[in-house]
Design a binder for this molecule. Sequence first.
Ligand code: PLP
Length: 467
Amino acid sequence: MSLDPEDWSEVRALGHRMLDDMIDWVADARARPVWRHMPDALRAELRAPLPATGTPLPALYEDFTRLILPYSSANEHPAMMAWVNGGGNAAGYLAELLAGIFSVNCGGRDHAAIEVERQVIAWAAEMVGMPAGTGGLLVTGSSMANMIAVLVARRAALGERVRSEGLQGAPLVAYASAGAHGCIPRALDMAGLGTGALHAIPVGADHRMDVGALRLAIDADRAAGRVPFLVVGTAGTVDTGAVDDLAAIADVAACTRLWFHVDGAFGATAALSPRFRPLLAGIERADSLAFDFHKWAQVPYDAGCVLVRDPSRQLDTFAQSLAYLTQEPRGLAGNPPWPRDLGPDLSRGFRALKVWMTLRAYGTEGLARVVENGCDLARYLAARVRDTPGLELLAPVTLNIVCFRVCSGAADLDALNRELVADLQESGVAAPSTTVIDGKVAIRAALFNHRTTTADVDALIQGILAS
Ligand SMILES: Cc1ncc(COP(=O)(O)O)c(C=O)c1O
């Protein structure tokens, strides 16, 4: 029995309607609250038994518009300022539609989608100034990209044997700043090294790694018989957006013979802006880089990327021969190397299409304007915070993240600021998130969405003052 309907005209009509509705939904985002809580009764409706019989597509779409669409996490909304969420973009939305129907498996083989991904990887390297011939892979996000980089660095340090025999007690240690993202210790955990193998290097008042302390830590570990193998620089820490001195870290890595990895989850995108590119000096010297297209580059979720300067290192880490997946000199099984030999996934969707279409639709100049808009808005917000009695800035603004708080009006300012953020989210006016800076709960506004304007920043301040 075929799962295709007899009557494609019904699918066509519904498809047109869905596309129209979804375009309106994004275009009209500003007219609705940034977020709303999903009522329990609707959540209960989603908890249904495994369906034994089919439901007509129009009824399914009706359920989507009623149960799912209104209760999104609001990435499309200009008042979305929480965590690190890109806003999506028109070219990316359409690419997702095409990729969904195209439904190719990008684990490998000889077809055009593989070439598109290779092109995207070459463009990614060019974006950050890594050399032609740099290898890489599109993945779910920077958590996976950082994980892959740690595994490549581990294989480079320990050789082929680590793949068959494991760590064998090798006392490997890695370094990252105290402001590094939690996915770095998690990657060490998953790589079998344990989170204890990550030595957190203190940061200064600017929230950047103290590179002198890094040097001392490497020497101390070597003297104690441990084996330093990896240093991770962060281009844009998640809390404050601080950018480590990547050139200085690259120098230390070079003279201590460590693998130099950069976590540029969102900050690497700033390389597209001539104004902010100098902040990232040294990123082009990375042995590997993790970053996301789904954050500041506005590609719809998910679209992470890992780059590895020497592509043979990545193959050495993941390539595996399986009889049924032999790569042949010709035919559909040709076109090596296959992405499945560059990372842990065998079956993979066509993520590259939405990246390729986004980069082509807006060009690097368009995306540079998005970066600069976010950074300008952050400076505008910081200035409003400085000018408003009762508000205080908690960290310097480097890129597009502003950490501040209400600093009077309650004995427990941490509780006050947490409540305030929840109130703002529930009011639908703006959705910042929270973090903790130097022991103080901060309101954290991350200006990633390309639709956000100064009016949205004003509404945020207004909402805070009104509550
Ligand atoms: C600096 C940094 N690294 C890594 C990550 C993890 O990225 P992802 O959520 O794409 O896995 C984030 C997420 O915000 C981040 O900001």
